[in-house]
Design a protein around this ligand. Structure first.
Ligand code: SUG
Length: 457
């Protein structure tokens, strides 16, 4: 029987993509506040990335955007009106910042949608998905209910998939999903070693932790532990490691801004963890124990080669590290990695030396998403599936040359090429978005997944 493979599910950028500066601690989002966005270009750039990976022979699928502006969230915040347009007007008049938060297209960064455990690793032999609670930012905290509905519509066969409830517990129990999780294995099909990174402890603060001074940590150790427990991961295959507060203060709001792993390779900056030596030793030891002495290749990028500020500006570590053939990997990097001298030189050197499985770098223009702090890796959720599990998904979610062309046309038909935060109160934008999403659920074969589709049903 064919082996399990990794499928990248990319988030389709939604029609309300804009720059409202909602993410304190995310330097790109903070510095582009108020800029005019181009949702059409953003969505086409995202689709072009998916197409590029598919053309490299990598299986690719899509996750749909969320309904925005979220009228349900505005109503929950107390805004009232005779109809949806009146609710938008009320929010715009009384609290435009809340309207912006309820309009964000942030669900596109699906590395934050959920944490995923393949069936090879879970106690019950099913694939486990836990939607991230995203409680640290209001505009993201409203995502989990739709994420759960979407995942349940796609991973609908309960004999093969479990879509859990998000981790409960409020602010202290922040969980940001796969952005703080890395799985290692000689091949995707084999049993994995799981690295969960966190910035703070929610309850057990006995060990005094030096906290970041400038920006808050988003991920709690207890939330990561709850996900690992709920997914039935054996304690021997899980490592919890603490993010360096200096990194968080430098703009590393998710660990995938400073580290990326794939199969037997881990590429990270030297300032990733509080106690890097202990973390690397633990990862090597457990990996060898799990895979009969096999070695994990850890590439640590020193501050002297790539300063932390350049790592954050370039999003080097938010590249996707993908396997093209056994032992041959490519880095799918943002174009900024070719433009920032320290990063360009580091990558050229790494490839030229040829001592690691990393053989190629592909630079992609994802500027629209990058200006909100979302690089190539933020835009995708990795899901390892066996052939039988793949066959249980709605076929419309997979991307090939035909579906790419259909989705690109869909974007061209429905998306605006200019959007500023001031446009979010336009009732026409809500109607356009709903119309687009209604058509999209038909294209993807998902049935009705949005509140506007099921209201009154
Ligand atoms: O949560 N940006 C997102 C970026 C998420 C990136 N994801 C990963 N690193 N995996 C965030 O900070 C900005 C939205 C705005 O400002 O309009 C935003 O939400």
């Amino acid at each position: 029987m064919a082996a399990a493979i990794e499928i990248n599910f990319d988030g389709l950028v939604g029609p309300t993509h804009n720059y409202a500066g909602l993410s304190h601690g995310n330097i790109a989002s903070m510095s582009h506040r108020g800029a005019v966005a181009n949702p059409r270009e953003a969505a086409l750039q995202g689709l072009a990335k998916m197409k590029r990976l598919a053309d490299l022979g990598l299986p690719q699928a899509v996750l749909p955007p969320h309904e925005r502006p979220s009228i349900a969230a505005l109503q929950a915040l107390g805004f009232r009106g005779r109809n949806d347009a009146a609710i938008l007007r009320a929010a715009d008049r009384q609290a435009p910042a809340l309207l912006a938060a309820c309009s964000s297209a942030s669900a596109m960064w699906v590395a934050n949608a959920a944490t995923v455990t393949p069936s090879a690793d879970s106690a019950d032999g099913r694939v486990h998905l836990t939607p991230a609670n995203l409680v640290s930012k209001f505009h993201r905290a409203i995502e989990p209910p739709q994420t759960a509905r979407t995942l349940r519509a796609i991973f609908r066969d309960a004999s093969r998939f479990v879509v859990h409830e998000p981790v409960p517990g409020g602010q202290a129990f922040g969980d940001e999903g796969a952005a703080n999780h890395t799985r290692f294995a000689p091949t995707h099909a084999q049993r994995g070693l799981h690295l969960f990174t966190y910035g703070h402890r929610a309850i057990d603060a006995a060990e005094a932790l030096a906290q970041p001074r400038r920006f808050a940590s988003r991920q709690a150790l207890e939330a990561s532990q709850a996900v690992a427990r709920g997914h039935g991961l054996d304690a021997g295959v899980v490592v919890f490691a603490r993010q360096h507060p200096t990194a968080i203060d430098a703009g590393v709001f998710h660990n995938d801004v400073i580290a990326v792993g794939n199969e037997n390779v881990f590429l990270c900056h030297e300032r990733t963890f509080v106690n890097p030596r202990a973390v690397f030793a633990e990862l090597r030891r457990r990996y060898a124990a799990l895979h009969r002495g096999r070695e994990l290749t850890i590439i640590v990028v020193p501050e002297t080669r790539v300063p932390l500020a350049d790592a954050v500006r370039s999003y080097l570590f938010n590249s996707q590290l993908v396997t093209l053939a056994p032992g041959r990997m490519a880095l799918i990097a943002p174009t900024a990695c070719a433009e920032i001298p320290s990063v360009a030189a580091f990558l050229a050197d790494l490839i030229a030396r040829g001592r690691t499985p990393l053989h190629q770098v592909h630079h992609l223009d994802l500027r629209q998403s990058m200006h909100n702090g979302g690089g190539p890796a933020c835009l995708r959720l990795r899901v390892v599936l066996t052939p039988a599990e793949q066959a249980a998904l709605p076929p419309g979610v997979f991307l090939n040359a035909t579906t790419y062309a259909v989705l690109a046309d869909w974007v061209r038909n429905h998306y605006r090429d200019r959007l500023s935060p001031a446009d979010l109160a336009d009732p026409q934008l809500l109607l356009e978005s709903r119309h687009a999403l209604d058509e999209l659920t038909q294209l993807l074969g998902l049935g009705s997944i949005y509140p506007f589709q099921t209201a009154g049903a």
